[in-house]
Design a protein around this ligand. Sequence first.
Ligand SMILES: Cc1cc2nc3c(=O)[nH]c(=O)nc-3n(C[C@H](O)[C@H](O)[C@H](O)COP(=O)(O)OP(=O)(O)OC[C@H]3O[C@@H](n4cnc5c(N)ncnc54)[C@H](O)[C@@H]3O)c2cc1C
Length: 326
Amino acid sequence: MNTTAGARDPVEPDIGGLAEVVPEAGAVAKRVAVVPVRDGVVPLGADEAVAEAGGVALIVGTGTRAAAEALRAVVSGTLVEAGAFAPGRWARGLARALAAHHCVILPGSPDGRDLAPRLAAELGRPLLPGAVRVSDGGAEVVRWDGRVSVELAVEGPFVATLLPGVRGVHAVDGTPDLVESSADHQHAEDAASVEVLAPDPATADLAEAPRIFGAGIGLGDARAVAVMARVAAALGASAGATRAVTDADWADAERQIGTTGVVVNPELYVAFGVSGAVQHTSGLGDPAHVVSVNTDPSCPMTAMAHLGIVADAPAVLSELAARLGV
Ligand SMILES: Cc1cc2nc3c(=O)[nH]c(=O)nc-3n(C[C@H](O)[C@H](O)[C@H](O)COP(=O)(O)OP(=O)(O)OC[C@H]3O[C@@H](n4cnc5c(N)ncnc54)[C@H](O)[C@@H]3O)c2cc1C
């Protein structure tokens, strides 16, 4: 591992020493992923953004080394310990170091979406938000809730955010080259975080939920879907649904998972009365654990599940609700 401690630059708004550890323009990779981290926690979609940038990453925030070690796609990275999330200050501090990179990619996580427009403004570049693919000449973005794909071509450098759960990641072998830098600009003015609240699974953005219960039309009625949502909330999971369920108005359209709904990437997905149509499963990402509760043992959802429970889904949920007291 190549580790170099960068000297601090006392001149605001540069993030200390960063310019010194960034190679000369000719040697700079065309693409770089900027990954904002809090306390070493890797944000949603970070690995995909790094992979899209060819493994070149600039990891900024707190706990950057732990984050770099958790990322699977980093080939070479600059670690910038920059204190608490401060998008305005970070954008000003990072702009100089990023100016040589043609294409700056951020994950479409909350912090990535916050930092990206500020970076674009600092760099004087266009922002291509919500990309599903980035090329040197622009990006493919989706609009109208994923129903339309648009190729955005730009001349010159740009900043893009990449939608999480779309591109996937191939882990790279070997130990990444990491270069450390630091920052100490507590006095620079910026937006201040008053409080960070834990997300409420019932209202959290499905795309960012680590656990999801999915309602299928096999639940039979809106009441059973509501029971599922209560059970999910009691177990810290978010409630999603198939299009059949949202079309029936048993759940809001924003809860629809799939090609024409939200693309998710939870660790756990529990499907209740879901057949597993490709338009639904293609939006599921790559969950580590899939459970399917279905009366049909041979349906595609159960075939792809790690645990298949052949049972009446409303009855299972009623029992769970009774035991959980919800
Ligand atoms: C262009 C296009 C885009 C689409 N986009 C999406 C999309 O984004 N998302 C999406 O989800 N769909 C989408 N669809 C629809 C998709 O093709 C399926 O029709 C839909 O996903 C099926 O939903 P379902 O699994 O709830 O219903 P079904 O396919 O009808 O399956 C119901 C399941 O419930 C089971 N079941 C029945 N009774 C019970 C019971 N008592 N207990 C347990 N299990 C039971 C059945 O065995 C069955 O497996 C799209 C379709 C098209 C044409």
